[in-house]
Design a protein around this ligand. Structure first.
Ligand code: PBG
Length: 331
């Protein structure tokens, strides 16, 4: 009788052995929890397409923060839903802007909780684009374009005002060219050379952001984001985007979305040595929630497997709407 020469199953035989040989570990320190903050008082409104995720007014933040801190999640990512919007997104860089106010509140209650501020204009512009719109009449045809360089000044203002409010990390998600360089210079000049930039370096133009746009009321009012966010068909371009961000002074890189882009995470991990973030986006969350609600999948097992996949692909940390659930399951 001949025996198999190699027996892989020996190392899978007991839970103890499997624990010993496990290559990838998900840790609560890997998690960043997004929070949507809004104006007003007594607002705790669930986002319909994202069950378990809420719009919170500042007076309602404490319960959420207490939970996050007691679960030992190290960081939150703030998104603002402002009271007013205009063409240049000025509520995004107002001193009393919603993210600025929330940051001050959080830093007073929990100085050690890392506050990451999403730096973009789309939540604050009336047209919903991530930059300034330049309109031109060419032979009777109206062309509207997001103007790259004009947008940079506004993004710098936003980043500086977020740092002033106490944000620990600036996370620009707007995909304008040169945004890391501009924001780095702006922060340095304003006295915030110690504040890190987590660049949304590789951000695809993705349908997986659908629920977020409902959540942040930030869908573009015309056109789409394809002239600044990346084409999902491209991989080499992700290396060019990452490289320029490294050269411009980014402290961390990000790949977004995560699930359909694990190959990109791996490529960026292999080429660059900065800490790497995976963004497990809104659509990835909603899909799991919907299937779990129908009883079609085991939510906890699926979430664990997804987050582990992102880490195995090379992510050092994960922004996820499952952060609190995952932290609870990991306890
Ligand atoms: C802002 C921004 C978006 C997301 C994070 N920052 C939306 C977009 O680019 O349309 C999406 C996050 C998610 O889907 O969870 N630019």
């Amino acid at each position: 009788m001949s025996f198999p020469t190699v027996r892989h199953r020996r190392l899978r035989r007991t839970a103890g052995i499997r624990n010993l040989v496990r290559e990838t570990v998900l840790n609560v320190n890997d998690l960043i929890a997004p929070i949507f903050v809004t104006h007003g008082t007594n607002v705790r409104k669930e986002i319909p397409s994202m069950p378990g995720v809420f719009h919170l007014s500042i007076d309602q933040l404490d319960a959420e923060l207490d939970e996050i801190v007691s679960l030992k999640i190290p960081a939150v990512l703030l998104f603002g839903i402002p009271e007013t919007k205009d063409a240049i997104g000025s509520s995004g860089f107002a001193e009393d802007g919603i993210v600025q106010a929330a940051t001050r509140h959080i830093k007073k209650r929990y100085p050690d909780l890392v506050v990451v501020a999403d730096t973009c204009l789309c939540e604050y512009t009336d047209h919903g684009h991530c930059g300034m719109i330049h309109v031109e009449n060419r032979d009777g045809h109206i062309h509207a374009e997001v103007d790259n360089d004009e947008s940079l000044d506004l993004l710098v203002k936003t980043a500086v005002s977020q740092a002033e409010a106490g944000a620990d990390i600036i996370a620009p998600s707007n995909m304008m060219d040169g945004f890391v360089q501009a924001i780095r210079a702006g922060l340095d000049e304003a006295g915030y050379s110690h504040i890190a930039i987590m660049s949304y370096s590789v951000k695809y133009s993705s349908a997986f952001y659908g629920p977020f746009r409902e959540a942040a009321d930030s869908a573009p009012q015309f056109g789409d984001r394809k002239s600044y966010q990346m084409d999902p068909a491209n991989a080499l371009e992700a290396l060019r985007e990452s490289e320029s961000d490294v050269l411009e002074g980014a402290d961390m890189l990000m790949v977004k979305p995560a699930l359909a882009y694990l190959d990109i995470l791996r490529m960026v991990r292999d080429q660059f040595d900065l800490p790497l973030v995976a963004y497990n986006v809104s659509g990835e969350y909603s899909m799991v929630k919907a299937a779990a609600e129908k009883g079609w999948i085991d939510e906890q097992a699926v979430v664990y497997e997804m987050l582990l996949g992102m880490k195995r692909a090379g992510a050092d940390m994960i922004i996820t709407y499952f952060a609190k659930d995952a932290a609870r399951w990991l306890q």
